[in-house]
Write a protein that binds this ligand. Structure first.
Ligand code: ZN
Length: 192
């Protein structure tokens, strides 16, 4: 996919992905990741000024589609709102539900993190919990391990491998993403 030159609109690479994730969460709450990226790549055009949120968000998503897939998932998991308002009015509902975009990102990561474990066997539910914790969910890995009958030291070791992998991947992802947006001219120039 080729990058289109845009006029700068975002102050930072972080702001761009937060914007797209928030916008996508509002607009296409029920769409899976694949649909989002499809929408993203159809959002072609030049110059962000005067374009509506959908077009801007589409351009950011198109650029996101240009970076490594796992890196993209990490950025989405970091920036997408974890929860969204629920209007179901059921008495059992706390008024919030998981944001499908976030859920989809962490769920895919739970599978894609496997090679980083170098053949070590882990339960998917454990990987998912470690990933959710990395992205800020309040989980006690000790409790998760106990629930899944995983010995504490094994759990600790596996969680730390997953953590290190995500930390590295996120660091690289932000560098790549900044480069991608900068190249596409979507960031405000620092000197202007
Ligand atoms: Zn509800």
């Amino acid at each position: 996919m080729e990058s289109v030159k845009h006029e700068g609109i975002f102050r930072s690479a972080h702001e761009a992905v937060v914007f797209a994730c928030n916008y996508a969460a509002q607009q296409y709450a029920m769409s899976p990741m694949a649909k989002l990226l499809q929408r993203g790549s159809s959002g072609s055009g030049r110059g962000l000024i005067g374009l509506d949120g959908a077009a801007q968000s589409g351009m950011v998503l198109a650029e996101l589609g240009n970076i490594d897939y796992v890196q993209m998932l990490v950025l989405v998991a970091r920036c997408a709102p974890r929860k969204e308002r629920c209007e179901c009015n059921h008495s059992c509902c706390g008024g919030w539900k998981p944001n499908p975009l976030y859920r989809d990102a962490v769920s895919q990561l739970a599978d894609l993190v496997v090679p980083a474990l170098g053949g070590v066997f882990t339960l998917r539910r454990f990987r998912l919990a470690a990933i959710e914790k990395f992205f800020g969910e309040k989980l006690k890995m000790k409790d998760v391990a106990a629930d899944l009958n995983i010995p504490p030291r094994t759990a600790e070791r596996h969680a730390s491998i997953i953590n290190a992998y995500l930390k590295d991947t996120e660091k690289t992802a932000w560098t790549e993403w900044y480069g991608q947006l900068d190249y596409a001219g979507m960031l405000f120039s620092q000197n202007s």
